[in-house]
Write a protein that binds this ligand. Structure first.
Ligand code: ES4
Ligand code: ZN
Length: 326
């Protein structure tokens, strides 16, 4: 069976990767003493043992704790560099990286430190690894809209270093409408817009992300499978879903990979893509997501081709280049 080899070798784009979620325990344990940060785990193994999640919030608590070792520009560079090396090995030729500035500015790290470190890693990856990489600034939805506006204001001096905005963190209880005005402002500024919706939250959150935030892609969106009218809307408007199978497995969104609805989404004609989300926490980068999901759900080489093509079609690569890739 040559399908796993095809999956590994095919060129692909990654559109749903939280760069703080690529921070491996080994790098956490290298950065902590470098920055004089104490972490409540004895060893890499001890920390990894804590990666047993029951839902999104149980993961977020440990994810924000892990990010506390990031202080200097070089830390952000090193984290993104390590991810981009892994991505290049998986034949990812284009990546759009989410980052969560509020996680860092709340600890006294400047917006400039965060963006400069990440952006330099993206620029070097283009030059040295031949992989294109851009940044998407995510607002934390458990914080206020006012806090999001202030974050946008702090980031605008670096407007040329990120291509869009997203919405992440605790979904249930923090619906898209909470951020309608800040997303309207981002639209006026010419920023791309995406939002996590329908990961754990209801299909209603996917509807409001589309209609009130006017997002161009839905991150996760797997709960859309429960709403036939929404499925028709997503297919008709070719709204991409950035699906993350190993994430859904580890956060108990589906009981096992065989039960994942990726195939249902593809067979309904949706522009679904496969992505790694937080690979250091969920046990696999891009190619692991592809090979494990295909093995468990019996997807075909035709599905592989569709997913690769979808990843470029759904990307924010400039229109002329994108058209050549699909
Ligand atoms: C996230 Cl899996 C997931 N969902 C929502 N927000 C996040 N931030 C990082 N990973
Ligand atoms: Zn995510």
């Amino acid at each position: 069976d040559r399908l796993p080899e095809l999956l590994r070798r095919m060129p692909k784009a990654e559109l749903h990767i939280h760069i703080e979620g690529s921070l491996e325990p080994e790098l956490i344990f290298a950065l902590a003493p470098r920055n004089g940060v104490k972490i409540p785990y004895a060893s890499v193994e001890d920390l990894r043992r804590a990666y047993a999640f029951t839902n999104l919030q149980s993961f977020l608590d440990i994810y924000y704790a892990g990010a506390s070792v990031l202080l200097k520009e070089q830390d952000f560079y090193d984290m993104a560099r390590a991810y981009l090396l892994k991505a290049a090995q998986d034949n990812v030729v284009h990546a759009e990286l989410f980052f969560d500035p509020q996680t860092h500015t709340a600890r006294g790290v400047s917006m400039e430190t965060v963006i400069h470190g990440l952006h330099r890693a993206c620029a070097d990856a283009q030059a040295e690894l031949g992989i294109s990489a851009s940044l998407i600034l995510c607002f934390l939805r458990h914080l206020s809209e006012e806090d999001a506006f202030e974050t946008l204001e702090q980031a605008l001096p670096y407007r040329d270093k990120f291509i869009g905005v997203g919405l992440d963190s605790s979904e249930v209880g923090n619906p898209p409408e909470k951020f309608a005005r800040v997303f309207a402002r981002c639209r006026e500024l010419g920023l791309h817009r995406v939002a996590h919706a329908g990961e754990e939250g209801p299909p209603a959150y996917v509807w409001t992300a589309l209609d009130l935030l006017k997002v161009e892609r839905i991150d996760h969106g797997v709960q859309s499978g429960r709403d036939a009218a929404l499925m028709q809307r997503l297919a008709a408007d070719r709204i991409p879903l950035t699906v993350c199978p190993l994430s859904n497995l580890k956060l108990c969104v589906f009981p096992d990979l065989a039960s994942h609805n990726l195939r249902q989404l593809l067979d309904a004609g949706l522009v679904a893509t496969v992505n790694s989300d937080d690979p250091a926490y969920f046990g696999g980068y891009m190619n692991e997501n592809f090979t494990q999901t295909f093995a468990a759900t019996g997807l075909s080489s035709q599905h592989a081709y569709t997913l690769a093509r979808n990843s470029f079609a759904a990307s924010f690569i400039d229109a002329a280049t994108r058209q050549r890739l699909i």
